[in-house]
Design a protein around this ligand. Structure first.
Ligand SMILES: [Zn+2]
Length: 331
């Protein structure tokens, strides 16, 4: 994910605040300790002036005096530590305490962003995706084949419900594994309630955890946003529209549930086409049949989809109903 300048600045500001907070806390701890142990302050002052002397010797290149001074500082520091503990304080009480010990709350280790920085980016991606809560429940770890019957055969293809979901599952895994290297798009279609949305959520979670930006929109939300962007030329809707076209993965769920008219059809074409041109992946799921796609959205859109997307048909009994029944049996 590429951060915008303002996102980056906002993150760096929180790091600066953390550092400031850490230093203030340390100052308070020093004040507390010195009030109780004034003799420790004297000792620490001596250590400080010796350290300044050490730096001077270092510059002068006086090695013998330097070694002597080093020893002296070491001994006094040990004495100071013992004094602190004897005074009832933890041994590290006068050390700077940071939330992240690895980067000392600077966000960077050398020139590289620290893992805590990456974590902030991933959290932002979850926020932006519209999927924050659902992805805890719907992901590859919670996916189950047990809802799919080997006996429910699609008369059109001859494949069972279990066959089709196994194939779609494999393709989704492959999609995640090759993401960033191979440009691919997925199109889930078929009976309602057979796990199309669930599978796209599995993909979304894996990619967000790899720091890719994912945006999930129901078809209704997508067209609402695209149309708003067309009429309100304000900064906010332009920003949203740009994000729709530029995010690493766009998921359009339940295509066909929006109110279709000539405007939505042309907006859909533009959106899909733009993403294809920039090699940005898209996942579409729909309950519509392929025939209906042609009828509703035109041959032009249909051929864009069939020539650029992996077409995955899912069939079966309604899984939402089945899950509910199973839950009731458990009760
Ligand atoms: Zn860190």
């Amino acid at each position: 994910m590429i951060l915008t300048n303002s996102q980056y600045d906002a993150i760096m500001r929180t790091y600066e605040q953390k550092q400031l907070h850490n230093h203030r806390q340390l100052e308070q701890r020093y004040a507390e300790v010195y009030q109780k142990l004034p003799e420790l302050k004297e000792l620490n002052d001596t250590i400080s002036s010796l350290s300044i002397g050490q730096a001077r010797r270092l510059l002068e290149g006086d090695d013998t005096a330097l070694a002597e001074l080093k020893n002296q500082i070491k001994e006094l520091s040990e004495e100071a530590e013992a004094m602190l503990v004897a005074g009832g304080f933890p041994v590290d009480y006068l050390e700077l305490q940071c939330e992240c010990a690895d980067c000392k709350d600077t966000g960077y280790i050398g020139n590289q962003k620290c893992h805590c920085f990456q974590r902030i980016i991933i959290d932002m991606l979850y926020e932006q995706s519209n999927l924050k809560h659902i992805l805890q429940k719907e992901n590859f770890d919670t996916f189950s084949f047990s809802y799919y019957s080997p006996n429910y055969i699609d008369p059109e293809t001859g494949y069972s419900s279990l066959d089709t979901i196994q194939n779609a599952y494999e393709e989704s895994r492959k999609f995640v594994d090759t993401f960033g290297n191979e440009f691919r798009n997925l199109f889930f279609y078929g009976d309602p309630g057979v796990g199309k949305t669930f599978l796209s959520n599995c993909v979304a979670k894996e990619l967000i955890d790899k720091s890719y930006s994912v945006v999930y929109l129901s078809s209704f939300q997508l067209f609402d946003t695209l149309t708003k962007g067309k009429f309100d030329k304000d900064e906010q809707s332009e920003k949203i529209n740009k994000h729709l076209l530029n995010c690493d993965l766009l998921i359009i769920d339940d295509l066909g549930t929006e109110l279709v008219n000539s405007l939505t059809v042309s907006q859909l074409f533009l959106c899909l086409n733009e993403r294809l041109l920039h090699r940005k992946s898209t996942i579409i799921s729909t309950n519509l049949s392929l025939d209906s796609i042609v009828d509703i959205y035109s041959e032009r859109i249909f051929s864009r989809i069939t020539s650029n997307y992996t077409m995955l048909k899912l069939t079966g009994d309604d899984i939402r109903i089945k899950k509910k029944l199973m839950n009731m049996e458990e009760m």
